[in-house]
Write a protein that binds this ligand. Structure first.
Ligand code: BG6
Length: 485
């Protein structure tokens, strides 16, 4: 199958850091279909060879196992092309269409890795020159809008040129192997399904913690904040995968219909509940591993009086028969104690204890990163003879599944997987417009309440798990975050 993959924003951060390295891995693993061309589009004048040299230099920053040898790069680089485009000029889109039509590839994937404010303009122009035929798909990188109205506006413009099945909204968390394994765990195995409900589960915790700060993205981040950057998309997508009903079939719409129902069942926020159930924080200067680390407001391009949140913890519920009354806690932040993304499903304790030390209950930990795996925490007796009449003592013990070891082959990274899916037209791991809009609808009251609250985020020291109010939020229900147990 021949394909053309065109990146708008071909010299941007996303292209350098994620897209080209992911395509290289796909090529190296022999997964990229033969007969492909990759075209980077950007504003500056440069030749194909100049672009290839830039990419070659950039590979210097990639971890060594993922760096091409000279020979590999020479062969991979033959797929890379470059084209200068001024995105405001219709004739430049006509030129692109000509480039695409001349070859007539089976599939054309147009990846918008530009600033999202350009999406409407690019989509309208692509439609105007007819670069939206049935073999064309457009991939939209987040953030799609900054609130419900702006997301709807983008979706309207995209829909004027591309059908829903041609518009692929990326949430790269859905491409992570652990998330696909979550679907496999729930719908490919019968074991957990009978337990996957309010009668057996006490609470669910979703944590996406980062060690890094905002780096050089201060201006973007300050307009965005953790709620828009991580909760509205990544954390909520994880929640839908945990809470959704088993879909009737494995096709994209059957899955997305079920995810949408979860988003619609989330307990809506009110101005009062935002104060009670949502904690926002901002990191302050400190040290990590003995090294001084600046606070958020001292980062490049961040205003000194910024109220932007770099941490969010919240409590919600999925209001349906399966989950009524089960708290879902979501937490994400920058400059936290560890890079750690995981979902913890805490089961209820046994109804009638006969062993000593049964204060703990079972839990299932779905680990997304740094490594990806599953841990099932059980309780067991250590063994040995006990002559006394006191009850046996239970100790925690866990069954650990490390997917890297279980599947010795190379695991496919999130962007690699999603790019290959975009080329193949597999839509399961892309977000439909109604899901995305519903997620915005749910976070809007929080944004609104924060706008009206001049107190701003709570401070937390770098290298911690966020402001103490985050622990208090969960302690109120008699629970604790996994690392505090
Ligand atoms: C991006 C956010 O979507 O996800 C970044 O914009 C964040 O702020 C990143 O750092 C985290 O992704 P990952 O895959 O490194 O956990």
């Amino acid at each position: 199958m021949s394909f053309d993959l065109v990146f708008f924003g071909g010299t941007g951060d996303l292209a350098w850091r994620k897209l080209v390295p992911a395509l290289f891995q796909a090529w190296r693993h022999g997964k990229l279909p033969d007969g492909g061309r990759i075209l980077a589009v950007a504003r500056d004048e440069r030749s194909d060879d100049e672009y290839r040299s830039l990419i070659c230099e950039r590979f210097g920053n990639v971890e060594s196992a993922k760096r091409p040898t000279d020979d590999e790069f020479a062969r991979f680089a033959a797929l890379l092309h470059y084209r200068r485009m001024d995105l405001s000029l219709p004739e430049h889109y006509a030129g692109l269409k000509h480039w695409v039509d001349e070859r007539g590839a089976d599939t054309v994937v147009l990846f918008l890795a530009t600033s999202p404010h350009l999406f409407p303009q690019i989509c309208a122009q692509l439609g105007a020159v007819g670069l939206n035929g049935a073999n064309v798909r457009v991939v939209l990188e987040k953030p799609l809008g900054h609130d419900l109205a702006s997301a709807q506006q983008i979706n309207r413009v995209v829909a004027a040129s591309f059908s829903e099945s041609q518009a692929l909204r990326i949430d790269h968390y859905l491409g992570k192997p652990a998330v696909q394994n979550l679907a496999a765990l729930r719908f490919g195995n019968a074991l957990f399904e009978p337990l996957w409900r309010r009668e057996s589960i006490a609470n669910i915790q979703i944590t996406i913690a980062e060690r890094l700060g905002v780096g050089t993205r201060g201006d973007f981040y300050d307009r965005t904040g953790a709620l828009r950057d991580m909760v509205q998309n990544h954390a909520l997508q994880l929640l839908t995968m945990i809470a959704m009903e088993p879909p009737a079939a494995g096709d994209a719409d059957s899955i997305r219909d079920e995810k949408l129902k979860v988003l619609r069942s989330l307990k809506p926020f009110t101005p009062d509940s935002v104060g009670r159930d949502v904690v926002r924080g901002q990191y302050r200067a400190g040290t990590i591993d003995g090294q001084p680390v600046p606070g958020y407001v001292d980062e490049v391009k961040v205003p000194p009086d910024s109220h932007c949140e770099t941490f969010v913890a919240l409590r919600t519920e999925v209001q349906n028969w399966r989950w009524a009354g089960v708290p879902f806690y979501l937490r994400t932040g920058k400059r936290l104690a560890a890079r750690d993304a995981q979902i913890v499903v805490n089961f209820r304790p046994v109804p009638h204890p006969i062993f000593a030390g049964t204060a703990r209950a079972n839990k299932l930990v779905i680990k997304l990163q740094p490594e990806d795996g599953l841990e099932l925490h059980l309780l067991a007796v250590k063994g040995g003879s006990s002559a006394s009449s006191t009850p046996e003592h239970l100790s925690p013990v866990s069954l650990d599944l490390d997917f890297d070891k279980a599947f010795l082959s190379e695991r496919v990274g999130a962007y690699e997987r999603l790019l290959l899916d975009a080329i193949a037209g597999r839509l399961n791991l892309f977000v439909r417009s109604d899901e995305q809009e519903q997620a915005w609808r749910w976070v809007e009251p929080v944004l609104e309440a924060w706008r009206n609250d001049s107190t701003g985020p709570r401070p937390y020291a770098v290298g911690t798990w966020g402001p103490p109010a985050s622990s208090a939020l969960i302690a109120r229900d008699g629970f604790a975050w996994a690392e505090e147990e």
